[in-house]
Design a protein around this ligand. Structure first.
Ligand code: CA
Length: 238
């Protein structure tokens, strides 16, 4: 099935260019000119399934792209996003990535460059999904992680890990999207029952325990990466 792409951009000329480029490359673009229309489009059931990816302009008339992304994640937590930023300041970039955006493109950009980013994000996600589906059935496979959601167990290199509830949830979030950088706040919100009551250091402490447990299975791999000032991800280069 062709991938549906949500395009949220208030400038018609830019939106036209993006929509045309996506359609030419075989994607099915849906254009929303503001945040509200985007939320409605993402919430509406479609016969073609959910959006495969969202392209979000940061400067929208009714809400900035970052806030829109947070709202879209409430509708579809797995929706990947590429931000379009008009100001190329580092702040935009860092904020975008801290939110868990999958990529960004600074304006002005060439349609070809944007399409390349779209393809690369979709490829990455497909690969991480494929890694999650196959492994449990094949113990001893080369896959690093196998998640058994029913038993709340994760196998690492074929060995079952002895994880606490929060360690399990934390590793599951990371392992489901290898390469995706999660900020501490995001992990807190995704994993902990009562994020407000937890401390910032909670995430770090659990990451530390997870690393120790992974090391006890294989001391040569350190699959959890620290991104200074940004957060954590699981390596996707194995
Ligand atoms: Ca704009």
């Amino acid at each position: 099935m062709q991938a549906r792409i949500l395009v949220v951009e208030d400038e018609p000329a830019i939106a036209d260019t993006i929509v045309y480029a996506l359609a030419t490359e075989g994607f099915v673009p849906h254009w929303s000119a503001n945040a509200q229309a985007a939320i409605e489009a993402a919430s509406a059931p479609s016969l073609s399934g959910p959006f495969a990816l969202a392209i979000l302009d940061v400067g929208l008339p009714d809400q900035n792209g970052f806030d829109l992304f947070r709202r879209l994640q409430q509708v579809d937590p797995a929706l990947p996003a590429i931000f379009l930023t008009a100001r190329t300041s580092e702040i935009d970039r860092v904020v975008g990535l801290e939110l868990g955006a999958d990529d960004y493109v600074a304006k002005p950009f060439s349609p070809r460059e944007l399409i390349a980013r779209v393809r690369s994000v979709l490829r990455r996600i497909k690969r991480s999904q494929a890694q999650n589906v196959a492994p449990a059935a094949k113990p001893g496979a080369q896959t690093l992680f196998a998640i058994d959601d029913e038993r709340k167990q994760i196998r690492f290199r074929g060995r079952s890990l002895d994880l606490s509830r929060y360690e399990y949830r934390l590793l599951k979030v990371l392992a489901e999207r290898p390469g995706r950088v999660y900020s501490r706040d995001e992990l807190m919100n995704l994993v902990w029952d009562d994020p407000a009551a937890s401390f910032d250091r909670t995430v770090d402490a659990h990451i530390k325990q997870l690393r120790a447990k992974l090391r006890s299975v294989d001391a040569t791999l350190d699959p959890i990466q620290t991104h200074r000032g940004l957060g954590y991800s699981l390596r996707d280069d194995h």
